[in-house]
Design a protein around this ligand. Sequence first.
Ligand code: MF3
Ligand code: CO
Ligand code: CO
Length: 280
Amino acid sequence: MRGMKSRSRKNKKASKRRSGGPSIQGPEQAEAMRAAGRLASEILDRVGEMVAPGVSTGAIDRLVDEITSARGARSAPYGYRGSGTTPFPGHCCTSINDVVCHGIPDDDRLLEDGDVVNVDVTPVLDGFHGDTSRTFVVGEASPIARRLVADTYECMRLGIQAVRPGGRVGDIGHAIQTFAEAQGYSVVREFTGHGIGEEFHTAPTILHYGAPNTGEVLRPGMTFTVEPMINLGHWKTEILDDGWTAVTVDGTLSAQFEHTVLVTEDGVEVFTLGKHEQPF
Ligand code: MF3
Ligand code: CO
Ligand code: CO
């Protein structure tokens, strides 16, 4: 028993990604990511019950922090530096309306009727990351906003459905871009999906646009996110002076959904499925 235990511990470390290569997980790592993903989706289920006009994004952040620490996990966004120098101050990202991603939770920003707000959480449980986001509609939003949110979910769904062993990363972006542009939207270019596992952001980069049958070949065990950001207007974004908040340059609405997925022997497994969500 003891021998098995120490061997399995070793395996957990031994099959870490090759430097610069994609995140590839063995069965044990996949199981740990399943648990992290389940926690991430449970946090968003709780956030969804809280979203309403008058609730601040700061209050959402505290709920995320509370659930995360109660489960013995930590929030990867908190203090994260990414490629910039300013550590992220929140436990999650809250991105409202023309904010594309990386919005900073704020006690002074109360959700208003008609807002669309994306909440993006990434708990680290037992050393593994689960990264997922949903865009919630606050109260009675306009038909255009509701349609954008529903179509952005469909973009993510189509992207995930394009994942299969032997397929290529370009298949994912192509599926997303084709649907998004057919609906008259644009696909954000500056932010992408990413490999994930014991590290937050690794290879491969998952573009949400592109050509089929191009890019890296997908292999069983690979874990990455699919997280399209879809704009009503132009795809271009800019970063506010806080060093994080990304907004659409033309001020138009943006929506996003994100799941963490595993390439399996015969398709794809979604680690971050929500309570009310149809299986893929
Ligand atoms: N969760 C985001 C992603 O999908 C990253 C957020 S980094 C932060 O990759 F620092 F802004 F939180
Ligand atoms: Co992500
Ligand atoms: Co995320």
